[in-house]
Design a protein around this ligand. Structure first.
Ligand SMILES: [Zn+2]
Length: 720
C-alpha cells in the first residue's frame, strides 16, 4: 500500500526534452467499479498476473489500452479487501500481521499503476490520456480509504507504543516508524468532518494536477514556432533546417518550418539562430506558454493548486504546504531551504551580471546597437565560448554517437567502478522499436537486474529525462529490479547516426546514476527499495554519476569519431574540462530563480494566495533579488511542471541541495584515485545499495566518514 509511484523528473541543470502528445477528448471509460466479469478478467488481463518473463518484466506485447480500466478496478478491489483483512484481523497486532502484511498488499495495484504511469509518460495515446484524467480522483479516493482507515491505524499505533518490546531489526523498526509517520501525515488523526474535507481536497488536487500537466503538453505543442522562410533560420545546420521543414510538413504546413519547444524557458536553437527577430519570437513562444488564454491556460489553475495545497497543509496542522512537504526531506524546514537559496542567490546573480557585461561588450564591439535581451543570451554566450575555448558543440557531436556513449561510456564506467556487465536481450518485448533492453550481471556473473533504455524523443512521450522502476528490488518478495531510463534525443533520419550534444551525454550519465541506485538496491522491504529516499537526496547519486562523462579514461573510451573511429583529440578534452565553469552565473541564476518561485508559491498560507499569477511571479523574483531580465527563471509558473504538476512541488531546490553531497563525493573519488573497483564498491556498499533503509544522511556519513561540506559546490559553481 501507499507505495509511491516513482518517476524522477531529472536533469534540472541539463534537460533535453521533446515534443509532447496531443491530449484527448473527455473520458468515456467505464467506471472502475463497474461489475466486470471478474473471473474472465483475472484469467485474461495481462496486467493482473505476475509476468512470467525474467524479473517479471512487463508483457508489453500483450497489454492493450482496454486492459487498464478493468485492471485498475479489480486491483483496487483486491487491495481494499486486503486492507480490510489486515485492519479486521482478530489476532493481536504484530509487526508481521500488520506492517509486513501492508508491505505485501496491493501487488497487482502496484504493477498496474507502474505500467500505466510509465506508459502515459513514455508512450501515451488519447485513450490513456482520457483514462488518466478519469482515474486521478478515483486513485486519490482509493489511497485515502487506506491511509484514513482508523482501525488499521490503531494497530500501527499499538505497535509504535510497544516498539521497545518488539525487538525489531533496524530496517524493520525504520519501516514501522515510516508507516506511522505516513498515516499521521495523511490525516488519520483528524476528526471525521476534517477527514471528509481532506478527501475532497485530495480529489480536487489530483484532478487539477492532471489538468495542469495535460495543459503543459497541449501548450508545448501549440506553441511550436512556425517560420515562413529559410532565411529566418540562418545559422542552423542543414540537418536542423531539414528537420524543421519535415516537422512542418507533418503538421500540414507544407513549405514552412516548425521549431518544436523543449520543456524549459531556454530553447536549444536560440544558441545558433542568427536572426534576432526569430530568436525573439522563439523565446516569446516559450515563455508565454500556459498564459495565452484559451483552454490550456494554466494561470488560474496554478492559483487553485497553490490554494488547495495550502488548505490541505493547514488542515493537517502546518502553516503552509512547504512546511508540510519539507518535514519529510533531509532539509526539514522552509527556513533551511530559504537560507541556502538566499545565501547563494547574490553571488549567482553577480556572476550572471559579469557574464552579461561580457556579452554586451561583444554586441557593442559589433555595433549591434541593442541591449542584451533574454533571447540573445545563448547566441552570444555560444560565440563567447568559441572565442575563449576555440570549440563548439558541433565539433564534439561527431564523437558522441549514441551507442558508443551508452555502451562504451555509461556502461564502461559502471563496469570499471562496480564490475557489472550488460547483455542485450532482443527476446523481451518492447513498447516501441527504438527501446532497448539489457540484462545486467554482477562481477560474480550473477544476473541481477534488467535495464530498459528509451532514448529517443517521440510525439507521444513527455519532455525531459527521467528514470523509473517497473519492478522494485525487495528481499521480502525475492524480486529483482527492472529499471528504465528515458531521454528525449531527436531521432535522426533513417541511416543517419545519432550524435549527441554534450548536455545529452551528461543527461545519459545522470539518468544512469538513478538506474544504478535502483539496480544496486539491497533492502528487505519494497518501501525502501532503491530510489525510495527523500526527494532532496535522490538526485545525489545521479549527479555523482555525471562525473564519469568527462573522466579522461571514460571519455577516451567512448568519444570516438563516428566515421573515422579516432578518439577525441586530447586538446579538445582539455578545452572541455577548462570550460567547466563557463556560463555558471546564468545556469545557477535561472535555477535558483525557479527554485525560489517554487518555494514562494508553496510557502503561502491559504488566505495569502494572490489573484494574479504573473504579477505574483514578478514580485517574488524582484523581492528575492533574482529579477535580472536577461536571465529568466528556468521555468515560469504556468509551465513549471516540477512545481505544479506534482512530484517536485516545493522540492525544486532539491537539485542544488543534493549537489552539495555530489560535489563533496566527487572530491572523495578524486582524493582516492578516481575510477576504481575499490572506490565504486565502497560507494555501492555504503550508499547505493541502502535505498531508504537507513537515514540517508547517515549513509552519506558512513560513506564519506564525515558530514558533507559545501565548499566543493561553491568552487564548482564559481560562488566562492
Ligand atoms: Zn535526476
Amino acid at each position: 500500500m501507499t507505495k509511491p509511484l516513482l518517476m524522477l523528473l531529472c536533469s534540472a541543470l541539463a534537460i533535453q526534452s521533446g515534443v509532447a502528445a496531443e491530449t484527448s477528448a473527455p473520458s468515456t471509460q467505464a467506471s472502475p467499479v463497474k461489475k466486470a466479469p471478474r473471473a474472465k478478467a483475472q484469467a485474461t488481463n495481462p496486467l493482473l498476473v505476475k509476468s512470467t518473463l525474467p524479473f517479471e518484466y512487463p508483457v508489453f506485447d500483450k497489454i492493450h489500452n482496454e486492459d487498464y480500466a478493468p485492471a485498475f478496478a479489480q486491483a483496487m478491489r483486491e487491495e481494499d479487501a486486503e486492507i480490510k483483512a489486515i485492519a479486521n484481523n482478530p489476532a493481536k497486532p504484530s509487526f508481521e500481521n500488520t506492517i509486513v502484511a501492508l508491505e505485501r498488499s496491493g501487488q497487482n495495484f502496484t504493477r498496474v499503476s507502474r505500467i500505466f504511469e510509465n506508459q502515459t509518460e513514455a508512450n501515451t495515446n488519447p485513450a490513456l490520456e482520457a483514462l488518466s484524467g478519469d482515474l486521478a480522483p478515483k486513485l486519490s479516493a482509493h489511497q485515502d480509504a487506506i491511509v484514513l482507515n482508523e482501525k488499521l491505524f490503531q494497530r500501527i499505533q499499538t505497535l509504535i507504543n510497544q516498539k521497545a518490546s518488539l525487538h525489531l531489526d533496524a530496517e524493520s523498526e525504520r519501516l514501522l516508524d515510516r508507516y506511522y509517520a505516513d498515516y499521521v501525515r495523511s490525516g488519520v488523526k483528524l476528526s471525521q468532518t476534517d477527514k471528509e474535507k481532506l478527501k475532497s481536497l485530495n480529489a480536487q488536487l489530483a484532478t487539477m494536477e492532471n489538468k495542469f500537466n495535460q495543459n503543459v503538453l497541449k501548450e508545448m505543442n501549440a506553441s511550436a514556432l512556425v517560420v515562413d522562410t529559410k532565411a529566418e533560420l540562418a545559422g542552423l545546420s542543414k540537418a536542423e533546417i531539414d528537420t524543421a521543414a519535415a516537422t512542418a510538413k507533418d503538421k500540414g504546413l507544407d513549405g514552412k518550418y516548425l521549431i518544436p519547444l523543449m520543456n524549459t524557458t531556454g530553447q536549444p536553437l536560440l544558441a545558433t539562430l542568427e536572426n534576432r527577430g526569430t530568436r525573439q519570437r522563439l523565446y516569446e513562444a516559450s515563455i508565454n506558454r500556459g498564459s495565452n488564454g484559451g483552454d490550456a491556460d494554466n494561470r488560474e489553475i496554478t492559483l487553485t493548486l497553490a490554494r488547495l495545497r495550502a488548505e490541505r497543509a493547514q488542515l493537517l496542522g502546518y502553516p503552509n504546504f512547504a512546511a508540510y512537504s519539507l518535514e519529510n526531506e533531509t532539509a526539514k524546514t522552509p527556513a533551511a531551504v530559504n537560507k541556502m537559496l538566499s545565501g547563494l542567490a547574490p553571488a549567482a546573480v553577480a556572476n550572471a551580471k559579469k557574464e552579461a557585461a561580457e556579452l554586451q561588450k561583444m554586441i557593442d564591439d559589433e555595433h549591434g546597437g541593442f541591449q542584451l535581451a533574454a533571447w540573445d543570451w545563448a547566441f552570444y554566450s555560444e560565440r563567447l565560448h568559441q572565442q575563449k575555448f576555440a570549440y563548439d558543440d558541433s565539433q564534439l557531436r561527431p564523437y558522441f554517437e549514441l551507442n558508443n556513449v551508452l555502451q562504451n561510456g555509461v556502461f564502461y564506467a559502471a563496469n570499471k567502478l562496480y564490475g557489472i556487465t550488460f547483455k542485450e536481450r532482443k527476446d523481451l518485448p518492447v513498447y516501441h522499436p527504438t527501446v532497448r533492453v539489457f540484462e545486467v550481471f554482477d562481477a560474480d556473473g550473477k544476473s541481477f537486474a534488467i535495464f530498459i533504455s528509451d532514448m529517443y524523443a517521440r510525439s507521444n512521450k513527455r519532455g525531459g529525462a527521467w528514470m523509473n522502476n517497473y519492478v522494485d528490488q525487495s528481499a521480502l518478495f525475492g524480486s529483482k529490479p527492472v529499471i528504465a531510463n528515458h531521454l528525449n534525443i531527436p531521432q535522426p533520419p533513417a541511416g543517419e547516426p545519432t550524435l549527441l550534444t554534450p548536455d545529452e551525454v551528461k543527461t545519459a550519465f545522470h539518468e544512469f546514476g538513478h538506474a544504478l541506485h535502483g539496480m544496486f538496491s539491497q533492502v528487505r522491504y519494497p518501501r525502501f527499495s532503491g530510489t525510495n529516499v527523500p526527494r532532496d537526496f535522490v538526485e545525489y547519486p545521479s549527479q555523482v554519476n555525471e562525473m564519469w562523462a568527462v573522466w579522461p579514461e571514460v571519455l577516451k573510451n567512448y568519444a570516438k569519431h563516428y566515421q573515422t573511429g579516432q578518439a577525441i583529440p586530447q586538446d579538445l578534452v582539455d578545452k572541455i574540462i577548462a570550460s567547466g565553469k563557463f556560463n555558471q552565473g546564468f545556469t545557477t541564476t535561472e535555477y535558483i530563480a525557479a527554485s525560489l518561485l517554487d518555494q514562494r508559491w508553496h510557502q503561502l498560507s491559504a488566505k495569502d494566495i494572490p489573484t494574479d499569477t504573473m504579477a505574483f511571479e514578478a514580485l517574488a523574483l524582484k523581492e528575492a533579488g533574482v529579477d535580472f531580465a536577461p536571465v529568466p527563471p528556468r521555468y515560469r509558473t504556468p509551465y513549471f511542471s516540477h512545481s505544479f504538476g506534482g512530484g517536485y512541488s516545493a522540492g525544486y531546490y532539491a537539485y542544488l541541495w543534493s549537489e552539495v553531497l555530489d560535489a563533496d563525493t566527487v572530491e572523495w573519488f578524486k582524493e582516492n584515485g578516481g575510477l576504481s573497483r575499490k572506490n565504486g564498491d565502497w560507494f555501492r556498499q555504503q550508499l547505493l545499495s541502502r535505498g531508504g533503509s537507513i537515514d540517508p544522511m547517515q549513509s552519506f556519513h558512513n560513506f564519506r566518514g564525515r558530514d558533507a561540506k559545501i565548499e566543493p559546490l561553491l568552487i564548482r559553481r564559481g560562488l566562492n
